[in-house]
Design a protein around this ligand. Structure first.
Ligand code: FES
Ligand code: FES
Length: 159
């Protein structure tokens, strides 16, 4: 039986969009299945891995734990909407150069958490970077190269 769909208005990456989703859909489901926003990944789908991290009103949230209905009236931002963001572009470049991207499944969530950190603390210690990224799980890199990337991006941005 088809579940009933509900129309939602969302502000996604600066644009107003309307989307019909099944009742109780999460933001992650709505983005990936109805809006073709694919940067946020479905890892654990239980709020643990951080692969689904997006910004709501500028703060990182787990899209897998967020109901789409709760996003009405709030600004949702994903990697797709950050093309012109200097901090994000710098983080991305350093992630690639340091080898912090391997399979890439965790990368979008990690970059969004890292960008939030640099917004709050433009010159973070290595320990602060590790703490800020502690909610983002990576199965490939061992984290050292990711932390290197965030630290070197912060250094470049401070120049
Ligand atoms: S998929 Fe949302 S935290 Fe893992
Ligand atoms: S690069 Fe593969 S999970 Fe992080």
């Amino acid at each position: 039986m088809m579940s009933k769909k509900i129309l939602h208005s969302l502000n996604l990456n600066g644009e107003e969009v309307e989307v019909a989703t099944p009742a109780g859909a999460t933001l992650l489901e709505t983005m990936r299945e109805d809006l073709r926003i694919l940067s946020a990944k479905r890892g654990c789908n239980q709020g643990v891995c951080g692969a689904c991290t997006v910004l709501i009103d500028g703060k990182p949230v787990r899209a897998c734990l967020t109901l789409t209905a709760r996003c009405e009236g709030h600004a949702v931002q994903t990697m797709e909407g950050m093309g012109g963001d200097r901090v994000m572009a710098t983080l991305q470049r350093h992630m690639v150069e340091s080898g912090g991207v391997q399979c890439g499944f965790c990368t979008s969530g990690i970059l969004i958490s890292a960008r939030e950190l640099l917004e709050e603390d433009p010159a973070p210690s290595r320990a602060a970077v590790k703490t800020a990224l502690s909610g983002n799980i990576c199965r490939c890199t061992g984290y050292r190269t990711i932390v290197d990337a965030v630290c070197s991006a912060a250094e470049e941005l401070a120049q």
